[in-house]
Design a protein around this ligand. Sequence first.
Ligand code: 15L
Length: 270
Amino acid sequence: MTDFQRTLLTGAGGALGTQLRKSGTRLGKVVRLSALGPCENLEAHEEDFPANLADFDEVSKAVKGCDAIIHMGGQSLEGPWKTILDANITGGYNIYEAARQHGVKRIVYASSVHAIGFYERTEMIDGNVPTRPDSLYGVSKTFVENLGRYYFDKFGIETVCLRIGSSFPEPTDRRHLITWLSYRDCRQLVEKALSAPRVGFMIAYGMSNNSEAFWDNRTAAVLGYKPQDSADDFREQVFAKTTQGDPNDPAVRFQGGSFCAAGHYEDENK
Ligand code: 15L
C-alpha cells in the first residue's frame, strides 16, 4: 500500500493507463487522471485533469497538489520527430520540472525496451548498461531516464524507470515470449515501484516470469516484484502461428525487434 496522498497518472486514457486504473487506491489515496482529453467512468478516489504534456502551464496545474507521479503519457511508438519532441522530450521535462516546483517525492516512469533496443538478443543486460536506443522514440525514453537521474542527484526526487517490454493481453510473436509483461504483472510492478520504502534512482525491466530472458531483472526483485504470469504458457500457440525468421534480420537479431529493422520514420512516411 502506498502512502502517497495524491498520485498523478499521465496517459490515463491509454492501454496501460486504463489497466493501471484497476489498481485503485494502491496508487494513491486520490488518483488524478490525466490525458489529452477527459477520462470517463471515474471512481470515488479518482479525479480528472486533462493536460497537454507539451504545455508547461497545463502540466504544472496537473502536478500541483500531487506527491507522486506515474508518467505513462506521451507517444508510445516511433513517429514524427515533432510528435516525439513535444510529447516525450518536452513533455518529460515539463513533468520533472513541475514535480520539482511542486514538491513531488517520487516518479514512476514508463520507459521502454527501445531505450536499449540495439543490444543483441544473445546479450544478458541489466539496468546499468549504457543505453542503445533503436529509434527516436527510444532516444526520447533515454532522455527522460536521464532527467530522472539528474532530478534525483540534484533535487532528491526519486524515480523508478520501468523499461517495459511488450505489455499486451497476451504474447503474439516469438520475441514476446521473452519481452511479454502481462497487464496483471504491469500493475504489480507499478504498485511496487510506488510503495517500496526507498528507491533513489532505479531502472528495472517490465517483464513477466518468462523463462527465456535477455534481462537480468534483479532491481525489480529489490522492489519486491514477484511476477505472477509467464509467456511460457503461450509458447505452443505462438510457435504454431509464427516462424523463426532469419537470425541476421535486425528484427530478429536485436532486442528491440522491428524497431531495429525499420528505417528513419520521416523518410518512410513522407
Ligand atoms: C513499446 O515501447 C511500445 O509502446 C509497444 O507498443 C510495443 O511496441 C513494445 O514497445 C515492444 O517493442 O514490444
